[in-house]
Ligand binder design. Structure first.
Ligand code: 13P
Length: 249
């Protein structure tokens, strides 16, 4: 089965509402055929991005959400609030959330369950640190994160989940994983999804970590790499469009 490639830009803590709207207007005109695209603005810019993305091919995802429906969780945002803001989906389990904000596999799983139940699309991010790779723990870490993250989801929900493989050592460092390293991790993750849920051929697996216009094509040419989750290079509409074009083939 051929999977439609998917390229998403994770803006992290960048861009105001007017900057987000201007980006989406500039980017929408450059989106090639044959690839799904999304941007993940910060919460304060979601509504402006959604408005600018109306009647375009650009989907809008949040970068995080809380797993509870509502309640006394100061500073947090629920799935229902994201839907109310008009967003299409949510990124869950990014390594910066795991590293700097104490997110656990269990919490990530609760978020995935809640997001799917609410009807949001989900990108689930996983990936090992440099220390874990050096200690030959990559597959153990990926297995734990993927199994826990997808636990309790229906096969249909798993098939509709995009998994983003983002080795932590490649994020923001310029140390892109080689296509061989990335492909091996993607094939391993696809095998895990097959074993646990039986929908491996349908699940899209993005690579993330220092993807740029000049290295995207060789990564996306690998059979199990279905697009990318882009940080720094997603802040410029021409760069993100070039990366989307590389995914479109
Ligand atoms: P960079 O592309 O800046 O390395 O970031 C990757 C990332 O973390 C996307 O979520």
């Amino acid at each position: 089965m051929s999977r439609r490639p998917f390229v998403a830009g994770n803006w992290k803590m960048h861009k105001t509402a007017p900057e987000a709207a201007a980006f989406v207007r500039a980017f929408a005109g450059k989106v090639p055929e044959g690839v799904d695209v999304a941007v993940c603005p910060p919460f304060t810019a979601l509504a402006a991005a959604v408005e600018a993305a109306r009647r375009t091919e650009v989907a809008v995802y949040a970068q995080n959400m809380h797993q509870a429906e509502k309640g006394a969780f100061t500073g947090e945002v629920s799935a229902g609030m994201l839907l109310d803001a008009g967003v299409d989906g949510v990124l869950i389990g990014h390594s910066e959330r795991r590293q700097f904000f104490g997110e656990t596999d269990e919490g990530v799983n609760e978020k995935a369950l809640r997001a799917h139940a609410a009807g949001l699309r989900v990108i689930l991010a996983v990936g090992e640190t440099a220390e874990e790779r050096e200690a030959a723990l990559t597959e153990i870490v990926l297995e734990r994160q993927v199994r826990a993250g997808l636990d309790g989801l229906s096969a249909k929900q798993v098939a509709a989940t995009t998994i983003a493989y983002e080795p932590v050592w490649a994020i923001g460092t310029g140390l892109t994983a080689t296509p061989e390293i990335a492909q091996a991790a993607h094939a391993f993750i696809r095998g895990l999804v097959e074993g646990a849920h039986g929908v491996a051929e349908r699940v899209r697996i993005q690579y993330g970590g220092s993807v740029k216009p000049d290295n995207a094509a060789e990564l996306f040419a690998r059979p199990d790499i279905d697009g990318g989750l882009i940080g720094g290079a997603s802040l410029d509409p021409a760069d993100l469009a070039a990366i989307a074009s590389a995914a479109a083939g």
